[in-house]
Design a protein around this ligand. Structure first.
Ligand SMILES: [Zn+2]
Length: 63
């Protein structure tokens, strides 16, 4: 998944859209409905994936 995102020329907008709504609630749990059945602490796995892809992309673009 990270490789696919990294290879996409639309990486930035896709990452922004993926992370949309993944914010912590007052208890520090990600409030996105995707986690309704299995709550995750924020940053959730999806936000961590997007953060990783953004960091790898910036490093690659700078090289
Ligand atoms: Zn989330």
């Amino acid at each position: 998944m990270a490789d696919l995102l990294l290879a996409s020329p639309d990486r930035g907008p896709i990452c922004d859209r993926l992370a949309l709504g993944h914010r912590p609630d007052a208890a520090g749990v990600c409030g996105h409905p995707a986690h309704a059945d299995l709550p995750e602490r924020h940053p959730c796995s999806l936000v961590r994936l997007v953060t990783l892809v953004e960091r790898l992309g910036r490093a690659r673009d700078a090289a």
